[in-house]
Every structure is written in C-alpha cells, then in structure tokens.
Design a protein around this ligand. Sequence first.
Ligand SMILES: Nc1ncnc2c1ncn2[C@@H]1O[C@H](COP(=O)(O)OP(=O)(O)O)[C@@H](O)[C@H]1O
Ligand SMILES: N[C@@H](CC(=O)OP(=O)(O)O)C(=O)O
Length: 524
Amino acid sequence: MAKPTPPSPLSSPHAIVCKFGGTSIGTAARMLQVADIVQTAISNGGPVVVVLSAMSSNIKAEGTTSRLLEAADDVMNPESTRYLDIVDGICASHLRAVDEALPVEAVEERARVGKEVRDECDRLKGFLSAAQVINEMSPRSRDNVIGTGEKLSALVFTSVLRSRSLNPTYVNLEKLIQKQFDAGTIDQSFYDYLSSRLSTLIGPLLPHSVPVVTGYLGPVPGSLLTTIGRGYTDLTAALIAVGTGADELQIWKEVDGIFTADPRKVPLARMVPFITPEEAAELTYYGSEVIHPFTMEQVIRAAIPIRIKNAFRPEGAGTVIVPEGWQPPQHAEVLETLTPKGTRIPKPGHAQQQHPPTPAAEEEGDDDTPRPTAVTIKDHITVLNVHSNRKSVSHGFFAHIFLSLDRHGIVVDLISTSEVHVSMALSPNVNEGNLEKALVELRKYGTVDVIRNMSILSLVGKKLRNMVGSAGLMFATLGRHGVNIEMISQGASEINISCVIEEEKASEALVAVHDELIVGIMPL
Ligand SMILES: Nc1ncnc2c1ncn2[C@@H]1O[C@H](COP(=O)(O)OP(=O)(O)O)[C@@H](O)[C@H]1O
Ligand SMILES: N[C@@H](CC(=O)OP(=O)(O)O)C(=O)O
C-alpha cells in the first residue's frame, strides 16, 4: 500500500505542542507545576504551543467536563435549578484556582481573569436557562456547554503565564469550524480542514507569543462526544501540531509513558522508551488508552513524533511514538535540549543512526531475545456466537449479520469466522436496547448465543511478525493458569494476537502473560 503523503508543514517549524490533561491542571498547585514545565520548554528554545483540557480531579467523573454534562442533562427537567448550582460550583473552583495560582501583588491580573471567569459562567447559565425554557438540548448545544470547561482552564492558565511575563495569547477555538460538514461522511478532508484553520489561527502567533489554546475545538458535525469522544483535546493538539508543522507533540499525563502493561495492574510493568504508531494504536484500541485513538493517525501522517510524559515527574524521558521515516528537524537545539539523556533521538548530522531510533536495551544488546512490546486487557466485553441456519440462508450470511449490527450501531472489536459460524466480541458499553433489537434480526439467520462479562486480552508487538510460536506460548501460559479461551483472533493485524477470556480471570491472565512473555520469567 502506498504510504500517505504527509501534509507539508504550514508554518512556524520548531514549535513544540504541549497538551496537558485535566488532572495535570486540576488544582492551582498543579497549574503552577505545569507553568514551570512550559517555562522550561520556552527557555530551552521554544516556541511552545499549550493546549489544555478542562480542570479535573483524579476522578474524571468529578471533573469539569463531567459536571458540565450533568448540567446539560439537568436542563431537560423543567422544575430543576440544579444546573445553576453546578455552574456556580465550577465558577467557584476556577476562582479558587485564580486566587491560589496568581501572585497576590498581581492585583490587576487577578481582577481581570476573575471577571473573565465570572462572565463565562454567567454566559453559560444564560444559555442553559434558555435551553430549559425551550426544553431542548441539541448535540450542538451540548458541545457548546462542554466547551466552557476548556475555555475556563485556558483563561486561568493564560493569566498564570502572563503573571510570569511569558507573553501568552488565549486562543478560543469555539468558532474554528466555519464550513458545513456532513456528520455521516467525516473523513480525512475534515481533519485537513481543521489543521489548515489551526495553522491560520495559531501560526502567526509564533514564535513571539505562547498560544494557550482551548482543547475544545467547537461544535463538531454530529457532536463532539459521538464523532470524537471524551479525551478530544489530544486530537486538537495533534491537529495543531500538524497545522503549525511542529517538531514534536507532547502529551503530558499522570503516567510516565506507555508501559509494557497497565502499571496499576501489573507490578513488573516497565516503561517502553520507543514504540511504533501501529503498536500504540493497537494498545489504544484494546484497552490501554493512554492517548485518544484519533490522535496518532493525524500526527503520524505528518511524520511528527509524539512524546508521552508525566506532568508530575517532568524529568522522566517519557515514551516516544516514532513515525516511520521520521527525520530529525534541522535545528538541533530544541529537540536536543528537550530530549532527556539516554532516549537516543538522533541528532542532525548523525545520518548513519537508525531511523526510527531503537531503545537503548536493543542497541546495547543486553537482551537479544525478541519479545512482544506490551499486553493489554479490555474489559466488559460481550461475545455473540452466531451459527448459520443453512436451511433458510445459504449465502450472504456474513453480510446480513454485519448489516444488522451496523443498523443498530453495535461496534465489533474482534471477529473469528468459519463458513457457517461467526463469533464477535462487542465493544464495551454496548447499548442493551440496541443489542436486543439486533438479536431479533440476527436470529433470522441462525442460532445466537450471548456471553457476557468477558475480556479481550491482546499481545502487541512489532516483533510478533517474526516470533514463531508466540501464539503457542501465550495460549500455553493461559492454559497453565486455568484460563478458558472463548475466541481467538490472529492474523488481521500482524502485530497483535488477541483472545477473549472470562473477565474474572483477566487480571491473573494479564500478569501471567506479561511476566512470562514480556519479562521472560520462566514458569517453574
Ligand atoms: N500500557 C499502559 N501504559 C501506561 N498506562 C496504561 C497502560 N494501560 C493502561 N494504562 C492506564 O492508562 C491511564 C492513563 O493515564 P492518565 O493520565 O491517568 O489517564 P487519563 O487521561 O484517563 O486521566 C493510567 O492510569 C494507566 O494506569
Ligand atoms: N475535558 C474533556 C476532554 C479531554 O481531552 O480530557 P483529558 O485530556 O483530561 O482526558 C474530557 O474530560 O473528556
């Protein structure tokens, strides 16, 4: 297949685009830490573009975006005024951040941003009250409500940078999309349009100013939540990186990088210094969603590396997702200074170095056993097994099944087939009502078993292509741990072997496969 041609950089090369998640800027103290990170990046050569999510606590359901969604739902109750309390609470938490993050002597700045925050919240209350009167909250209106979260955090953070004389410019993207797009036919041209608009808006601010951009990019065709989904600010940052021809996209999170398995569940999990976009995409789709799944494709098309870093431990090297054919930028100093020692991003002039760069362990040859890169688990999976009723349907069996699922918006994560049988693992959070309707249709074509509370276990790695017997090792490991395998899928992607197992055995299976196949601990 021909490689996609990356769009040419549109403006201001050398920029580093830094996106900070909601938890990273969730309190005044955290905002100040993030301001330190930005200040260091600027003094290392910049220019820097900052992209922000909405302020959030450690629990996403309690963060600003989730509270705004609650407020949007509440207006559909004509008797309720709870939405006003929610907005007042959001206003109070942002004013508290202003109070604690800005120096006491910055009197004018404190007054200015305090007013901006209050005005934004008043505007939202007016909008919500009007929606309650007409008893309508359209997807576009909901997008509008959500966007307040990113506007507020960006206003406060701009003020923090201004109090440090870093010459920030607040950039509100709520009017970014100025063309009509059909929600049903969103394709790459939509994302190219967005990056070109972002280039026009942000490019001219560089290098003299630090744009502080709302990760919210305006009402999206369909809706932000259905077309892109939660975590959309990663995508905004990616499109800004493409639009400004940035040298690097940095996604700052609360985890050191991508690990060989979820570090919360696997004690021996290690950080992976470099990973290919294909591996990162497989991990993202199969349960290790460290970055929004749409992010990768946009940035990789433009051959921009993505670095995942921990906002609470900025000194760590992070994980770099290295695009195929990536060439180091012409200017040495920015990447060199931002690249922590030991990560081996090649410098200009080192033409003989490998592209993409390889992790230190591989180069030094301290372990030459080829191993998978990572293992991941996706929980809350439902499996459908359909056995064809050959008497009534002898052809078009698969087509009928997938058309029925498509009609009811049911997303399939894995498939395994024989001529008369198809097994499908359905994405988590399947809508039960839609599933019931789909089942009525599917039963016309054969008998259907529904198995709930399952998990997908996926072993991912570019080296799986050349690792003879890795599937055998994985299944032998699962067998030793008494894990039943409901369904196997291998071959659709050369770098992923997946199987469906019972959810109650998933954690044990994850640790076992990780420790035996990735760390290389042999069973007794
Ligand atoms: N392979 C993996 N590597 C790193 N983190 C992973 C992996 N699989 C799952 N995770 C989880 O993904 C989460 C991502 O980090 P975090 O910044 O906390 O996310 P969020 O954006 O949801 O707040 C972490 O909590 C981590 O435990
Ligand atoms: N604030 C939005 C968008 C986002 O990107 O969030 P985060 O970067 O904090 O995951 C959300 O909560 O979904």
